[in-house]
Design a protein around this ligand. Structure first.
Ligand SMILES: Cc1ncc(C[n+]2csc(CCOP(=O)(O)OP(=O)(O)O)c2C)c(N)n1
Ligand code: SF4
Length: 343
């Protein structure tokens, strides 16, 4: 039997096979290690070959990520990972393309490229490592640093209002918006897999602790004593409950969200909002809780809808044009009309 006719079942890969031979150069205790570990744990579950994956990053500590994945990768230009990834995906739509970017790389210098990727909806997965600081350049404020934050570049406190990443993504017509945290390994693995399975641009914001320049930025969400009160783990079709014994919920008072205490005898489960990840209004309510300390922090898939991807539309458009006008001849186009030779 010719070799081409032998069908070989793809061998299941292991986590180890996604670990590259490069020395990891993040500070000891950096949240990036955990994110890397969760990606390497999740990838064997996706059932793809290593050479199907491409990681594209910009510049920053987080952007060193492609070196550490035993896949294809580009450590590209500051803020331009989304543009480079767009080219990679358009040239070869069969690849699974992942962008790794920081809050500085993705939202400062790269903000413009990010929003256009989101609205075009290429099937690319964006992992935004949000540590609310510039790590690589040693601790300047970033577009997600809180108002009033004292950093090396804001010695009197920041007077910039921070971006709200899920709201920004929603405004840019993203079709998948989710959030997780570096230290919540299982949750993060689930979000990475969900991002992969989404057909369209997946925007996954990952809260990441920079132990050197912004330590404990998310401590209230990760410390044992406070996390149950501060994390709102949302799941499609499930009530929005939180708190130590899940006795608190999110309800609505008219068009405003409110925290309901189910243990006070005045409220019932019927008043608790059920998460519908396809509902843009619910996504907006959840996203807007980000900087409202009276609400817990939503984690999970905030929004997900299906929409044609850019690459599907591009290839369909090309097919239609070829059907109508034939395959075309690039050399003939270049030499058509008025041309001249420089001597
Ligand atoms: C054109 C250009 N401008 C500025 C810089 C300096 N620079 C390098 S990384 C960075 C920001 C990094 O912050 P972030 O994206 O949050 O990543 P982190 O290091 O925190 O992971 C900046 C401003 C640069 N390398 N190139
Ligand atoms: S500076 Fe911060 S983000 Fe960069 S490697 Fe060190 S701990 Fe991580």
């Amino acid at each position: 039997m010719p070799e081409s006719e032998v069908t070989v079942e793809p061998r299941a890969l292991t986590r180890k096979e996604f670990i590259s031979d490069q020395t990891v150069r993040w500070c000891p205790g950096c949240g990036d290690y955990s994110i890397l570990a969760q990606v390497q744990k999740t990838f064997p579950e996706l059932g793809r070959k290593r050479e199907d994956f491409v990681f594209v990053s910009g510049i920053g500590c987080s952007s060193r990520f492609p070196y550490y994945m035993n896949t294809y990768g580009f450590h590209s230009i500051h803020g331009r990972a989304t543009a480079v990834a767009t080219g990679v995906k358009l040239a070869n739509p069969d690849l699974s393309v992942w962008v790794v970017t920081g809050d500085g790389d993705g939202l400062s210098i790269g903000g413009n490229h990010l929003i256009h990727l989101l609205r075009r909806n290429l099937d690319i997965n964006v992992l935004l490592f949000n540590n609310r600081i510039y790590g690589l350049t040693k601790g300047q404020y970033s577009p997600t640093s809180e108002f009033g934050k004292v950093t090396k570049s804001t010695p009197l406190g920041s007077i910039d209002w921070p971006f709200n990443p899920p709201s920004l993504a929603l405004g840019a017509a993203a079709t998948f918006i989710a959030r997780s945290i570096d230290v919540e390994g299982k949750h993060l693995q689930g979000m990475i897999e969900a991002a992969y399975r989404h057909h369209g641009t997946s925007f996954l914001e990952i809260y990441q602790n920079c132990i050197i320049f912004n330590d404990n930025a998310f401590a209230d969400l990760t410390e044992k004593e406070t996390k149950a009160e501060r994390q709102l783990l949302v799941e499609h079709g499930k009530p929005m409950l939180f708190g130590k014994d899940r006795t608190k919920g999110i309800g609505m008072d008219g068009h405003r969200p409110v925290v309901i205490d189910l243990s006070d005898g005045k409220h019932s489960m019927d008043e608790v909002l059920i998460h519908d990840q396809t509902d843009r209004m619910i996504a907006s309510i959840l996203s807007e809780m980000t900087y409202r300390p009276e609400f817990p922090m939503p984690l999970g898939i905030i929004y997900q809808v299906e929409k044609s991807t850019y690459e599907d539309l591009v290839y369909e458009q090309i097919d239609r044009a070829v059907e109508k006008a034939g395959p075309g001849d690039m050399a003939a186009i270049l030499h058509a009309g008025h041309t001249w030779e420089i001597k």
